[in-house]
Design a protein around this ligand. Structure first.
Ligand code: HEM
Length: 484
C-alpha cells in the first residue's frame, strides 16, 4: 500500500499477522477494526489490507470489483473438493457459472420450495416432544441439509442427513486447515489429511452422481433446482462433472450458513423476551396452528426482520477475501497488485456509526423507514456486488419457515452450561458451547401439546445489557446481546 498515513496492524517480523489471524480470526479482525477503516496487514510475504468502511467495501465488492478476484489460496485449498465452481472461480469461468445458476435462484422459483421446506422441518419436528431436550445445532443442520438436497435433486436423504452433514463439515474443516497453512502443500501430496479429503470427496461425488443419473433417467420429479439449471441456456451446456462441482459448492455454501443463522436467531430470541413475544404473537396471528403457505411467509414480517437482525449480529460468513488484479485506490492510498483484502460483515455490522447500540437485538432496525439510514455496504451478511450470495432469498425464506414451524409448537429453553460466546470454526461463526434446549409446549401448539408454563423460565437467565466495546460482544457470557 502506498501511503504512510495508513495504520499497520502490528505483527511478527516474519509471519506478519498470519499467526494471530490463524489463532483467532475474530479477535484479529476486531483488533484491525479498532485500528481504522483501512489498515495495513501482512500474511507472511503477502501484503494486504483490512477494509472496514462501507464506502471502501463498496469499492472492493462492487464499484471496482473487476480489479479484484477471489484469492488463489481459496482456490488452492478447495480445488480438489469443489473443482471449477461458482464460488472460487474468476473472470469468464465465474460468469458462465453465475449465468447458469442464477435463474434457478430467482425469488419466483425459490418461492416454489415453500412446501418442501415445510415438509422437511415437519419431518424433524415429528421426533420432538414437549419436555424433551434437543441439540439445536444438529437439528438445524439436519433440516437445512435435507432441504437443499431435496430442492436441488428432488431426492430424499432419509436417515443419511446426519452422515452427509458430518462429511461436509469435515471436508470444509480440512480445507480451512489448508488455508491456514496458506495452502502451500500441494493437494496431491499423500498426507493423511489429503487422503481423507480424497476419500470424503469421492463419497459425496458418488452420491451426487447417482442423483444426477436418476434425474437424467427421468426418476426425479420436475420441481428441482437441477431442472431449472439445465433448463437455462448456459446450464444446458454443463457436463455431469461440472454439475457435481456446482452442487457440492451450493450445498457447502448453503446448509451450514443457514443452519447457524437459525441457531443464532433462536439464541437471540431466547435472550430477548420482548422480541420473542412479538415474534410468537405474529406467528399465532398469521398462521395459528395450521400449515403455513407462501402468503403466510410473506406476512411474517417481524419474523423476517428478526432473522435479518440475527444475521447482523451473527453473520455466519464472518469474513470475505479478495486479491487485487491491478493497483486500486482506496481512501487516497493505493493497494498494490496482488494485495490480499479482507472485509468482515461481523465488524461492519457491530460498528456504532452505522448501528446505534450495536449489541441491542432489535429487528425493527430493518423496518423500511429505519433501514434507509443504514449505509448499503455496512450490512453485508450475504456479501455484495456481482458476487452477492446466490441463495439469499432461499436462505431467508427457509429460515422464516423453520422458525415459524417451531414457534407454532414450542418455546425453547436453553439448558445450563451452554454457549457463552461465539467462535469461528472454519468458514462459519458458531456458538462456543453446546446449544441444547428443552422443549416447552405452547398453547396454540400445532402438535396439540399441553399448556406451557405462564412464564418462559429462560428469560430470567438471559437478561443483561452489555455496555462494552461492540467488537467484544462475542466473548461475554450470554453472547453480549442486550435486551430489546
Ligand atoms: C444465511 C445463509 C447464508 C449466508 C450468510 C451466506 C453468505 C454468503 C456470502 C457472504 C457470500 C459471498 C462470498 C464472497 O463474496 O466472497 C455468499 C456467496 C454464495 N452463496 Fe451464500 N450464504 C447463505 C446461504 C446460501 C444458500 C442457501 C445458498 C444456496 C442454496 C448459497 C449459495 C451461495 C453461492 C453459490 C455463492 C457464490 C456466489 C458467487 O460467487 O457468485 N448461500 N454467500
Amino acid at each position: 500500500m502506498t501511503s504512510d498515513s495508513v495504520p499497520t496492524l502490528k505483527g511478527h517480523w516474519l509471519w506478519g499477522n498470519l499467526k494471530d489471524f490463524n489463532a483467532d480470526p475474530l479477535s484479529f479482525i476486531e483488533s484491525a477494526a479498532r485500528c481504522g477503516d483501512l489498515v495495513r496487514i501482512r500474511f507472511g510475504p503477502m501484503r494486504g489490507a483490512f477494509v472496514n468502511h462501507p464506502d471502501h467495501v463498496c469499492k472492493v465488492l462492487a464499484a471496482r470489483s473487476k480489479a479484484f478476484r477471489k484469492p488463489a489460496v481459496v482456490k488452492r485449498a478447495l480445488n480438489d473438493i469443489l473443482g471449477e465452481n461458482i464460488f472460487t472461480s474468476n473472470g469468464d469461468s465465474w460468469k458462465r457459472s453465475r449465468q447458469a445458476l442464477q435463474p434457478a435462484f430467482h425469488l419466483r422459483h425459490v418461492e416454489r420450495y415453500t412446501q418442501i421446506m415445510q415438509d422437511c422441518i415437519e419431518r424433524e419436528l415429528r421426533g420432538w416432544r414437549a419436555g424433551a431436550e434437543v441439540d439445536l445445532e444438529a437439528a438445524m443442520t439436519r433440516v437445512t441439509m435435507r432441504i437443499i438436497v431435496k430442492t436441488m435433486f428432488d431426492a430424499e436423504l432419509g436417515d443419511r442427513a446426519d452422515e452427509l452433514t458430518a462429511v461436509f463439515t469435515r471436508l470444509f474443516h480440512l480445507a480451512y486447515r489448508r488455508m491456514k497453512l496458506y495452502a502451500l502443500l500441494p493437494n496431491w501430496l499423500t498426507t493423511k489429511s489429503n487422503r481423507e479429503v480424497k476419500r470424503l470427496s469421492a463419497l459425496v461425488r458418488d452420491l451426487l452422481r447417482s442423483y444426477i443419473a436418476d434425474w437424467r433417467a427421468g426418476k426425479a420429479g420436475e420441481a428441482s433446482l437441477l431442472n431449472l439449471v439445465l433448463g437455462a441456456e448456459e446450464g444446458a451446456k454443463m457436463s455431469d462433472e461440472q454439475l457435481i462441482n456446482e452442487a457440492i459448492t451450493i450445498i457447502g455454501a448453503g446448509f451450514e450458513t443457514t443452519a447457524y443463522t437459525l441457531v443464532f436467531t433462536w439464541l437471540a430470541l431466547m435472550q430477548n423476551p420482548a422480541v420473542e413475544d412479538r415474534l410468537y404473537a405474529e406467528v399465532d396471528a398469521v398462521i395459528g396452528g395450521r400449515r403455513l403457505d407462501l402468503a403466510d411467509v410473506k406476512a411474517l414480517d417481524y419474523s423476517m426482520r428478526a432473522v435479518k437482525e440475527a444475521l447482523r449480529l451473527y453473520p455466519s460468513a464472518w469474513g470475505l477475501s479478495r486479491s487485487t488484479l491491478e493497483p486500486v485506490e482506496i481512501a487516497g492510498s493505493v493497494l498494490l497488485r496482488h494485495s490480499t483484502v479482507l472485509v468482515s460483515p461481523w465488524t461492519l455490522a457491530r460498528d456504532p456509526r452505522w448501528f446505534p447500540q450495536p449489541l441491542r437485538f432489535d429487528p425493527d432496525r430493518f423496518l423500511p423507514e429505519n433501514a434507509r439510514a443504514i449505509p448499503h455496504y455496512a450490512y453485508i451478511p450475504f456479501g455484495g456486488g456481482g458476487r452477492t450470495c446466490l441463495g439469499s432469498h432461499f436462505a431467508l425464506m427457509e429460515a422464516v419457515i423453520i422458525i415459524a414451524a417451531i414457534a407454532q409448537r414450542y418455546h425453547l429453553l436453553p439448558l445450563p452450561g451452554g454457549a457463552t460466546g461465539v467462535k469461528s470454526v472454519a468458514f462459519t461463526l458458531r456458538p462456543n458451547g453446546h446449544m441444547r434446549v428443552k422443549l416447552l409446549p405452547r398453547e396454540t401448539s400445532a402438535a396439540a401439546d399441553p399448556k406451557p408454563p405462564a412464564r418462559f423460565p429462560s428469560r430470567a437467565m438471559h437478561t443483561s445489557t452489555s455496555p462494552h466495546c461492540p467488537y467484544s460482544g462475542r466473548i461475554e457470557t450470554n453472547l453480549g446481546l442486550g435486551v430489546a
